[in-house]
Design a protein around this ligand. Structure first.
Ligand code: PAF
Length: 281
């Protein structure tokens, strides 16, 4: 039986009672609108823990004024159904409020938080870090699971944990893709049928570019070819397409060891992210 809680003191009472019984607790923070990618994260948490807590909270602090906070998909009933079906969640925490009126603290992350997403969304990592740190403090889980789909976010959270000596083990869940390769994301629901079709080019071009880089093509040339390929598929607004060090996201001009290709672009008005590993061969 899943427990549903929405206030902090009930949450703490439940977590304390599990702790007294010696249970290992896992946390998977989400913003809801759950899909199979999320379910895979809950299942990963389940493998490592006795009790899995899933949080559902659309965090206003990680959206700018011009972004989609109001229209962000919210599907309470179907989320709860998926959580039950997943058989990998013991408690859902859907806080009604997370910030008091006088909330004054910001977290400024450097390291992996510089560039890429931060260039287009300067508010983003500060907003993510504050909500994740609040959830970490409220729940004090043993492990927390984040998806590789948001690769930069994953690294920023790993740095937060490392730098602030937070005693939580961060686990990374693989990106989950639809059959046609599109990485699962709650924002895919914004795409029209034809945009959805166009979006399948993202993974295709990531793979194509990875192949060229691994075969020794100049990195910048391979990426320029990829951009042209996306443009001819109708994708012209590309925020970044870049080869990075998978540990710290430093920009790589040459491919010498394992790397990560990261991309953010618009299909219509929907901004989509994806990334893949580029193993050394
Ligand atoms: O990846 C997300 O869904 C969000 O950024 C997170 C980690 C739940 C914080 O709001």
């Amino acid at each position: 039986m899943i427990k549903y809680l929405n206030n902090h003191s009930d949450l703490q009472a439940q977590v304390s009672s599990w702790r007294l019984k010696g249970y290992r607790i896992g946390l998977v923070p989400t913003m809801g609108s759950l899909h199979d990618g999320h379910i895979s994260l809950f299942k990963l948490a389940r493998k490592h823990c006795d009790k899995v807590i899933v949080t559902i909270y659309v965090n206003p602090k990680q959206f700018s004024e011009s972004e989609d906070f109001d229209s962000y998909p919210r599907h309470k009933e179907s989320d709860l159904e998926k959580l039950v079906q997943s058989n990998a969640c013991d408690l859902v925490f859907r806080p009604t409020e997370m910030y008091n009126q006088t909330h004054a603290t910001r977290i400024v992350s450097n390291g992996a938080a510089l560039s890429l997403e931060a260039d287009s969304r300067p508010h983003f990592f500060s907003g993510v870090s504050i909500i994740v740190l609040k959830l970490f403090n409220q729940i004090q889980p043993d492990i927390a699971v984040f998806g590789e789909k948001d690769y930069q976010q994953l690294l920023v959270i790993k740095e937060l944990v490392r730098d602030l000596d937070i005693p939580i083990h961060v686990l990374a869940g693989k990106t989950w893709r639809d059959k046609d390769g599109l990485a699962m994301s709650s924002r895919n629901s914004y795409l029209s049928k034809s945009e959805r079709q166009t979006a399948t080019n993202i993974y295709r071009v990531l793979q194509l570019t990875r192949g060229k880089i691994q075969q020794g093509m100049n990195v910048s040339k391979a990426i320029q070819d990829g951009i042209k390929e996306l443009e001819s598929a109708g994708i012209s607004q590309i925020d970044y397409f870049s080869l990075r060090d998978p540990e710290n996201l430093k920009h790589l001009i040459h491919f010498q060891k394992e790397a990560r290709l990261l991309i953010a672009l618009y299909v219509g008005t929907t901004r989509l992210l994806d990334n893949i590993a580029v193993p050394a061969i």
